[in-house]
Design a binder for this molecule. Structure first.
Ligand code: FES
Ligand SMILES: [Fe+2]
Length: 331
């Protein structure tokens, strides 16, 4: 891939793991935004994400670091660091080094996922991660759905913005997703860091139908560039979460999750098998997009059709707020 002319260090919330990958006492290694990090879970359940290197002599806490109650202990000389990244114990000295601190990241666990707040300017979170149920304010919860189905594709050569642009790209649905007719957008709300896109869409019928007769659609909530949640209506009841997190200057980890709605009163194995198939179908639709994105070259002076202008201009303008000032790009 040509390196995108878009910063790979945008601000916002980004998924770095699934919650169930990091049990109590676990130390989990990862690389995001070009930095080595560890996530560790204390006895109390509290999860910490911090830079991986010990501030004493630089050991990597992900190789032999141990959770001791509410702190992580370095494998090299046993210094202990707390949830805020502060040194709380030097085993061979009567007081800790109160000044030294390992960089930590604000963490939220939601949607069965671990999100960190990343901001190279060091600002605190100024918006919230959307919740795949609560953010739609319709009284649903995970209990109304089958377990989360997941897709994980590490280190693909794509940028988070490609995935978001999909949400205004009405013309790709017929070609990539084989919809019989072109969907129609009914909401583009890019006023805030959390943006909203709704569209009417169908996967049924033939190309002779009118969009006015379609009674199904999708509502999407984008929490910055890193996390988007969707809710379907009028079709198989599903919720999705897409989460794209830059790993380095060229690649991102792609995670995608699907929940299929339960039919009240029908918990049969057959219904569950059918739900699994539906979830796979939704994942396959997402993979059809991934196939394009991972080979795409970002076009920062795109040759847009007249009808594409408004949506792409709006989303690209909205996206600039998440980039460090010097690297912002627009249509
Ligand atoms: S390098 Fe971590 S305690 Fe010395
Ligand atoms: Fe798509």
């Amino acid at each position: 891939m040509a390196k995108p002319p878009l910063s790979m260090t945008p601000s916002g919330w980004f998924q770095v793991a699934w919650s169930d990958e990091i049990g109590i006492g676990d130390v989990h290694r990862m690389t995001y935004f070009g930095r080595e990090m560890v996530a560790w879970r204390a006895q109390s359940g509290l999860l910490t994400v911090m830079d991986a290197y010990c501030e004493h002599l630089g050991a990597h806490l992900g190789y032999g670091g141990r959770v001791e109650g509410e702190v992580i202990q370095c494998p090299f000389h046993g210094w202990q660091w707390n949830h805020e990244g502060r040194n709380v114990c030097i085993p061979y000295q009567d007081r800790p080094n109160r000044g030294r601190r390992i960089r930590t990241y604000p963490v939220v666990e939601r949607n069965e996922s671990v999100y960190i707040w990343h901001d190279i300017e060091g600002r605190q979170p100024y918006f919230d991660v959307p919740d795949v149920f609560a953010s739609f304010d319709d009284g649903t919860s995970a209990a109304d759905y089958y377990p989360q189905a997941r897709l994980y594709r590490p280190q693909l050569e794509l940028h988070p913005q490609y995935v978001l642009e999909n949400g205004v790209d009405f013309a790709h649905f017929k070609f990539v997703h084989q919809t019989p007719i072109v969907p129609v957008f009914t909401r583009h709300d890019f006023d805030e860091p959390v943006s909203y896109v709704d569209f009417t869409i169908t996967f049924e019928g033939d190309d002779g139908q009118s969009i006015d007769d379609v009674t199904s659609g999708v509502e999407a909530i984008n929490g910055g560039l890193g996390v988007a949640v969707t809710k379907s209506w009028g079709m198989v009841d599903n919720r999705t979460i897409s989460a794209i997190t830059p790993v380095d200057e060229h690649t991102s980890d792609v995670r995608f999750m699907v929940y299929i709605g339960r039919t009240p009163g029908n918990d049969s194995p057959k219904a569950e098998a059918r739900a699994q198939q539906f979830a796979q179908d939704v994942i396959d639709q997402f993979l059809a997009d991934v196939n394009i994105w991972q080979h795409q070259r970002y076009s920062d002076r795109p040759a847009l059709a007249a009808a594409e202008n408004e949506g792409f201009t709006a989303i690209r303008k909205w996206a600039t707020q998440f980039y460090p000032p010097a690297t912002a790009s627009s249509v």
